[in-house]
Design a protein around this ligand. Structure first.
Ligand code: DC
Length: 245
C-alpha cells in the first residue's frame, strides 16, 4: 500500500488516516515559495482530509479584476463583482476546480498578470472579509480539512486542531520558483525573482488586514534544506501526535 501511494513509512509505522468520524482542521501558513501548496495537498491526501487552497480564491479575485477591466482602487466595484461571481470549488475533481459564475477559472490563476496584482488585491480588507466568510462556510461543509494560505491559523481558523507555519530562506524560495518556471518552459531571472519575493513578503506581512504572521501556537518548520516528503513526514507526525486513534 505504502509503495503504491508513494507514502514513505518509517519502520513499524502504518499509514495514518484521521478517523472518518472526526472533524479536523489543520492550517498551513507561510510565505510564497516554501512549498506550502504541494505539502498541504500531499498531507491531506495521506491522512484522508480535503484540501483548501485559499490562495486560489485571492488569485481568482485578481483574475476577475483584470478580466472585467475593474479599477483595483475602486473597492466597492471589486468587492461587488467578486461577490457576484460566487467563487466556489467543484469538489468532484481532484484537485478541486475553482469556479467563478459557475465557470472554471483555474487556467488564469497562475498567469503572470494575475500573480503581478494578487498581493495588493489580497490587501483589500473588505474583500478579505468576504473570502474569509467563504472559507469558513467551506470548512463547515468540509469539516475534515487541510487549509493553506497566509492567515488560516491566525484569523480564519484560530481553533484549528494543528497549525503549521512553513518558512524558507528567500534565496531558496527564489531558486525553487526559477526551477518551476524553467520546468514550464519559461525564462527565469533569479535576481529579479528574489527581489520580487522580498517585496511580496514585505507587502503580505505589513498589510493591515490578515497580514502574514506566524500564529503563536503554530509548529514552525524551515523547509530550506528539506524535501517535500520530509516536510510532509514531519507534519504527519505532529498531526498523529495530536489525534488519538
Ligand atoms: O499562495 P498563493 O501564492 O497562491 O497566494 C496568492 C496571493 O494571495 C499572495 O499574494 C498571498 C495572498 N493570500 C492571502 O493574502 N491570504 C491567503 N489566505 C492566501 C493567499
Amino acid at each position: 500500500m505504502g509503495a503504491q501511494t508513494g507514502t514513505i513509512l518509517t519502520p513499524n509505522r502504518r499509514a495514518f488516516k484521521v478517523p472518518p468520524d472526526r472533524s479536523t482542521i489543520i492550517t498551513i501558513d507561510g510565505p510564497a515559495g516554501t512549498g506550502k501548496s504541494s505539502v498541504a495537498r500531499e498531507l491531506a491526501r495521506r491522512i484522508g482530509l480535503d484540501f483548501l487552497d485559499t490562495g486560489a480564491m485571492y488569485r481568482a479575485a485578481a483574475a476577475i479584476v483584470l478580466d472585467e477591466h475593474l479599477d483595483p482602487s475602486d473597492i466597492e466595484a471589486v468587492v461587488a463583482r467578486v461577490a457576484s461571481a460566487d467563487l466556489h470549488f467543484d469538489w468532484t475533481t481532484d484537485p478541486p476546480t475553482m469556479l467563478a459564475w459557475d465557470r472554471p477559472i483555474d487556467h488564469r490563476l497562475r498567469e503572470a498578470d494575475v500573480t503581478a496584482i494578487v498581493s495588493p488585491i489580497a490587501g483589500i480588507g473588505r474583500l478579505r472579509e468576504h473570502l474569509v466568510r467563504k472559507q469558513r462556510i467551506i470548512a463547515a461543509q468540509h469539516p475534515r480539512l487541510v487549509s493553506e494560505g497566509r492567515d488560516q491559523g491566525s484569523v480564519v481558523f484560530p481553533d484549528a486542531d494543528a497549525k503549521f507555519y512553513l518558512d524558507a530562506d528567500p534565496r531558496v524560495r527564489a531558486l525553487r520558483r526559477a526551477e518551476q518556471l524553467r520546468a514550464d518552459g519559461r525564462g527565469a531571472d533569479e535576481a529579479a525573482l528574489l527581489a520580487e519575493i522580498i517585496e511580496r513578503d514585505r507587502s503580505d506581512s505589513t498589510r493591515h488586514d490578515g497580514p502574514l504572521i506566524c500564529p503563536e501556537d503554530a509548529v514552525v518548520i524551515d523547509t530550506s534544506l528539506l524535501t517535500r516528503d520530509q516536510v510532509v513526514e514531519r507534519l504527519e507526525g505532529e498531526v498523529r501526535a495530536r489525534i488519538e486513534v
